[in-house]
Design a protein around this ligand. Structure first.
Ligand code: BGC
Length: 507
């Protein structure tokens, strides 16, 4: 595509992010037909609509806390489902085995299956009891073919059970089942499930682009059991857990101060340790600790969010319009798609990449969050790597000025996402602290974090931490430690399977 130096300059305020990064670099020649004013207008409006100054963050944190209370009062009380997990005796490694009053030292081989979004993971863990804790782990990740995300329940669960069966067959040397025991599994199912016990639960609805027929309204453990039977796999599910709950259980095994777990990956969620007497909708509790883990399902939160026309259009065209609004604003599945929609509008209205509009740029989800993350890392003067991503993923030729604008768009969307996630975390911490003064800010409190977005996107992580700091101030935020708990949900699920083992009362 021809380039010329003739187009007018883009508005100065909009390029603040890049100017601070690369102040000395001369601009390259610009595209011939770009309407800089149209592009600038879109960018300026986007930045205004996505802005998250302190009052907005405060409002979101307060609304999160209020919605949590409303969801704890009764089912349907708010957007937040506040699901009771039936995990109520989380202990550290030393006394984890006392679950349910049983003080026997738990050992043995346990499996975990982690159904997340774009893939599932199978894991085996050899537990060595109080002394040796986790002796060995082994895992495998299997991508879920796109077509299975819209298949039938049997097709999806057969695929998963067959992957699990293959993994079980490849058993390595360090792992051994105790004599006379059947294989046991902790099933991490990362979708909203109404738990009916520690090992059963009804799928409320799919999220993250799944639209598998026949599962909503069914017990997902029964679906997995039937599929395992069809595959001839002799294994029983001892615990059904959400990935956030698994992460909390896994992190708590090593650190008693873990009170909250947050997943920021394809989807998003948070869970926390709640006092049972602060849950009006809980009919009766056998919890000896007086606490239980509540799965907030915060992806469905929607109060007071700074949304744009691009968010609204993406939501309207999604398979679950009106649902998971927080998730659609802050999680990995959607950040790249929001950026694509903005760039498409800038091209249609302001010829950002010239006059033609390639099909790739028009294709939903062609630009994904890992792509915008890799562009965001670019430090070279001509932004060559940004140009390659745009060419490969969106099918567009770009000059340096267009690339700068793209980076401004990425930064705006990622900044909003990270800061809102931070506000959500503060909302949870403040709700816990308000109920019991000193419980959170009177000591060290750990928030266990996991998910590819958190792990791999440094700018997102930084924006999140900045927001927590701004909201809490230096003194309180010092008490809050955000710790990456990598793949904690798999180990957590295996630990919960052990704690809930059918053999736990045997000698
Ligand atoms: C699901 C949650 C899950 C989260 C992170 C969301 O879409 O509703 O149950 O924990 O994704 O995987």
């Amino acid at each position: 595509m021809a380039a010329t130096a003739a187009s007018p300059a883009v508005g100065s305020s909009s390029l603040s992010f890049l100017r601070s990064k690369r102040s000395s670099r001369a601009l390259q020649p610009r595209m011939a037909v770009r309407s800089a004013s149209a592009v600038t207008q879109i960018l300026t409006k986007l930045q205004k609509d996505c802005a998250t100054p302190l009052p907005i963050l405060r409002h979101v944190a307060d609304a999160m806390a209020n919605d949590m209370r409303a969801g704890l009062a009764f089912d349907g009380g708010s957007d937040l489902k506040m699901i009771l997990s039936y995990v109520d005796s989380l202990r550290t490694g030393v006394d984890f085995v006392r679950f349910g009053g049983d003080e026997r030292d738990e050992k043995g081989l346990f499996y975990a299956l982690d159904l997340r979004g774009t893939n599932f993971r199978v894991l085996r863990v050899q537990l060595g009891g109080q002394e040796r804790r986790v002796i060995a782990t082994e895992s495998e990740q299997v991508p879920i073919p796109q077509e299975l995300m819209c298949a039938t329940s049997e097709e999806l669960f057969d695929f998963i059970a067959s992957g699990l069966a293959k993994f079980v067959e490849k058993k390595g040397g360090e792992f051994c089942l105790l004599p006379g025991r059947k294989r046991e599994l902790g099933f991490t199912f990362s979708f909203p499930v109404k738990q009916t016990s520690i090992d059963s639960g009804i799928l409320i609805n799919w999220t993250k682009g799944f639209a598998v027929s026949g599962t909503p309204g069914r017990d997902v453990v029964a679906c997995l059991n039937e599929a395992m039977r069809r595959q001839g796999l002799d294994m029983q599910v001892s615990a059904l857990v959400n990935d956030a709950v698994g992460t909390l259980a896994g992190a708590r095994y090593w650190d008693d101060d873990v009170m909250v777990a947050v997943i920021l990956g394809t989807g998003t969620n948070a869970c926390y340790v709640e006092r049972t007497d602060a849950i009006p909708k809980m009919a009766a509790s056998n919890s000896q600790s007086g606490t239980t883990i509540v799965n907030t399902e915060w992806g469905a939160f929607s109060t007071g969010l700074p949304l744009t026309e691009f968010d609204e259009e993406m939501d309207a065209e999604s398979i679950n319009p009106g649902e998971q609004i927080f998730e659609k604003t802050i999680s990995g599945m959607y950040l790249g798609e929001i950026v694509r929609r903005v760039l498409l509008r800038m091209t249609e209205t302001g010829s950002l990449f010239g006059s033609s509009i390639p099909e790739k740029l028009q294709t939903p989800f062609s630009l994904r969050t890992p792509h915008i993350c890799s562009m965001h890392q670019e430090r070279s003067s001509d932004l060559e790597a940004v140009g390659s991503v745009l060419y490969n993923e969106a099918g567009v030729d770009s000059d340096t000025e267009a690339r700068e604008i793209v980076l401004e768009v990425c930064d705006t969307i990622v900044k909003r996402g990270g800061r809102l996630a931070g506000a959500g975390i503060v909302g949870i911490l403040e709700k816990m602290e308000e109920d019991t003064k000193g419980r959170i800010f009177g000591k060290r409190t750990v928030v266990a974090m996991d998910g590819g977005l958190y792990e791999n996107y440094p700018e997102y992580r930084k924006y999140l931490q900045d927001a927590v700091m701004e909201l809490l101030g230096p003194e309180l935020s010092e008490k809050v430690v955000m710790e990456h708990s990598k793949d904690g949900s798999g180990i957590g699920a295996a630990l919960l399977a052990a704690a809930n083992s059918k053999y736990r009362h045997s000698t």
